[in-house]
Each structure stands twice: as structure tokens, then as C-alpha cells.
Design a protein around this ligand. Structure first.
Ligand SMILES: Cc1cc2nc3c(=O)[nH]c(=O)nc-3n(C[C@H](O)[C@H](O)[C@H](O)COP(=O)(O)OP(=O)(O)OC[C@H]3O[C@@H](n4cnc5c(N)ncnc54)[C@H](O)[C@@H]3O)c2cc1C
Length: 314
């Protein structure tokens, strides 16, 4: 790389990071893109991968191919996970070494928020990457196959009790997609499974679905999910999940071997050395109007990890 140019390291090649590296002037800057995967993906359709409606390759493509096509091969790519940033040495520490920067752009998005109950992450299924979507897909298909040859009705029902926690956009889409499987696919592809042996339940702590959207969207989602045979439980917050038993805030319980968690996101944690900087609200990086992280020199944050507050939009 040409050492006279300013070196920009970009952490994360999602919507924000990939667009940034495509558009920045490569004559002026040396760019290195760092992502924990070797491919870019399109998160809004993870739920369709999870429900076998589309293949993972329909929503992902290799960074290296894209960088040759859209950046004439002038962006260096590292498949690495960023662990920490040493601000005094101006370098990013990864699993395999360190990468020096003059300017750093953090664009590594959000991760699942378990609201302090981190043990949950080993118990539930999540939907924040292609790998996680494929894991859901494989498990649903496996359960349908097992259930289709299971003579014991009670066991069959237990295998096919799917629960989605969180009635935001991702939860509504995920529950709806499993509902479509129940309503439209089950009879055709699994004629040995009676329709009533599969349950798809959606739990939301607030009193409506899609709480951040319009009242009309909430009502339409409710109506449509019901038509897809999804059981909707509003105003019910999950408190714990252990030994396949869900417990809710009203003390009620439900047995389910497959719980999909879509109840919240938070900025990915990143450690900083040489400064006492801490990530802000929701794990985001507070920035000015130019995406410069407040309190850190030469570091920018874009995309979902950015927290840019104004008086008008606090
Ligand atoms: C299931 C789901 C459905 C969604 N549906 C919609 C929708 O319908 N409409 C909408 O507008 N938005 C939707 N979103 C939100 C949308 O996807 C995000 O707003 C958008 O992806 C944010 O872009 P980003 O670049 O900030 O982060 P991301 O697109 O999440 O990209 C982050 C990148 O960083 C990489 N990365 C993560 N950690 C590290 C690390 N430590 N080191 C290096 N690389 C790392 C990841 O591999 C990824 O490539 C949805 C999200 C999900 C999960």
C-alpha cells in the first residue's frame, strides 16, 4: 500500500461499511475493510433464509468479488473479528494480530440484547447473521422430519412448539414465516403431521405488535399473523428460560424446545486501550454531525452503532 496516503480501517462491511468503502476516494486514501465474515449479507431477509423461503446465497455475496467489481480491487480485505482498539498506538487488535490506522471507521452494527441475562444466548435461537438463520432453518426442518415419523402425539407436539420472543419487525416476520410453513406447507410436504400438532407463538411485552410503527401497521400485523395461525400473546414478558421451560412475568410457563429471540439489539461491545472512553446509550457510539466519535480522536462511527442525537431527534 502507498504509505503517503491516509490509512482508513473500516470495521464491518454491512450496509454502512460497504457503502463507505465503495464511495470513498481511493486515490486519496488507503482503505482496509475488516469483517468477521468473508461475505456481505442483507439482514432484512434473514427470516426468509430461516424459514427456507430463500437460499442464503440469495442475500449474500463475497466481499472480495464486490471489492474487485466496485472498487477495482483497491480496497484491502481482512477476515477478522475486531477485539479492541489501542488509541495510543492507533491500531485495531484482532484475533490474529493488529492493524494500524490513521482514521478508524466503526461500522460493525448491533448484536442481540439479552438485557443482562447472557446465559440465554446458549439456550435460544437468534437471527443476526446468515449462520444463525441457517441454524434456525436446519432445526425447523429437522423437527418437522422427526415429528413426521413420531407416533407419540405428545412428543410430536413438543417437537413442534415454536416460540418467538419479541413483537418488533424481526419477530413479526419470523413468526409469520413459520406461520406460513404451518398454514401452507405442512399439509403438502408433511401430510403425516396433523396441523394442530404444530404451534407457533409470539410473545410481546408491550400491548401491541410493531410498537415503534403506526397503529395501522400494528393492527395489520396482528390480523395477518392470526390468519397465518400464529398465537399472539401481548403484554407478556419472558422472565426466564431453562430446561426448555419458559416463565413469563405473570408466573405462567410454557414448554418449548425451540425459542427464537428477537427481543432487542445493542451496539457490539469494543474495548479501548489508552483511554477511559465508554460506549453510550444502547451500546452506541455518540458522534457529532460528521460521525466523529465524541471523545476519541480519528475515530468515526456509522450505521446502526452510531448515536447522533440532536435537539430535534433526542
Ligand atoms: C432480522 C433483521 C431484519 C431487519 N429488517 C430490516 C428492514 O426490513 N428494514 C430496515 O431498514 N432494516 C432492517 N434491519 C436492520 C438493518 O439490517 C440494519 O439497520 C443495517 O444492517 C445496519 O447496517 P450496519 O452497516 O450498521 O450493520 P450491519 O449491516 O449489521 O453490518 C455489520 C457488519 O459488521 C460485521 N462485524 C460484526 N462484528 C464485527 C467485528 N467484531 N469485527 C469485524 N466485523 C464485524 C458483520 O459481519 C457485518 O458484516 C433488519 C435487521 C435484522 C437483523
Amino acid at each position: 500500500m502507498n504509505s503517503s496516503k491516509t490509512r482508513i480501517v473500516v470495521l464491518g462491511g454491512g450496509f454502512a461499511g460497504l457503502n463507505f468503502v465503495k464511495h470513498i476516494d481511493k486515490d486519496k486514501f488507503d482503505i482496509t475493510l475488516v469483517d468477521r465474515h468473508n461475505h456481505h449479507s442483507f439482514p432484512p431477509l434473514f427470516y426468509q433464509v430461516a424459514s427456507s423461503e430463500i437460499d442464503p446465497s440469495s442475500i449474500s455475496f463475497p466481499f472480495r468479488r464486490e471489492l474487485v467489481k466496485k472498487a477495482s480491487g483497491r480496497v484491502k480485505f481482512h477476515m477478522e473479528s475486531a477485539r479492541s482498539v489501542d488509541v495510543s498506538r492507533h491500531c485495531v487488535i484482532t484475533d490474529h494480530g493488529s492493524i494500524p490506522y490513521d482514521k478508524l471507521v466503526i461500522a460493525f452494527g448491533t448484536t442481540n440484547n439479552f438485557f443482562g441475562n447472557d446465559a440465554l444466548k446458549d439456550e435460544v435461537y437468534t437471527l443476526k447473521s446468515n449462520d444463525q438463520a441457517i441454524r434456525i432453518r436446519n432445526e425447523i426442518l429437522y423437527r418437522c422430519e422427526r415429528a413426521s415419523i413420531e407416533p407419540d402425539r405428545e412428543k410430536r407436539r413438543r417437537m413442534l412448539t415454536f416460540v418467538v420472543i419479541g413483537g418488533g419487525p424481526a419477530g413479526v416476520e419470523m413468526a409469520g414465516a413459520i406461520g406460513e410453513l404451518k398454514r401452507y406447507i405442512l399439509r403438502r410436504d408433511y401430510p403425516d403431521i396433523p396441523l394442530e400438532d404444530m404451534t407457533v407463538s409470539l410473545y410481546e411485552g408491550r400491548d401491541k405488535l410493531l410498537a415503534s410503527m403506526s397503529a395501522e401497521s400494528s393492527e395489520t400485523a396482528l390480523k395477518d399473523l392470526k390468519s397465518l395461525l400464529v398465537d399472539i400473546h401481548l403484554g407478556r414478558q419472558m422472565k426466564s428460560y431453562a430446561d426448555n421451560l419458559l416463565t413469563f412475568d405473570d408466573g405462567s410457563t410454557l414448554y418449548s424446545e425451540m425459542v427464537i429471540w428477537t427481543a432487542g439489539v445493542t451496539g457490539r461491545p469494543l474495548e479501548f486501550e489508552g483511554t477511559d472512553f465508554r460506549q453510550g446509550r444502547g451500546g452506541r457510539f455518540p458522534t457529532d454531525r460528521f460521525c466523529r466519535v465524541t471523545g476519541l480522536d480519528d475515530i468515526f462511527a456509522i450505521g446502526d452503532v452510531n448515536l447522533m442525537t440532536t435537539e430535534e431527534y433526542p
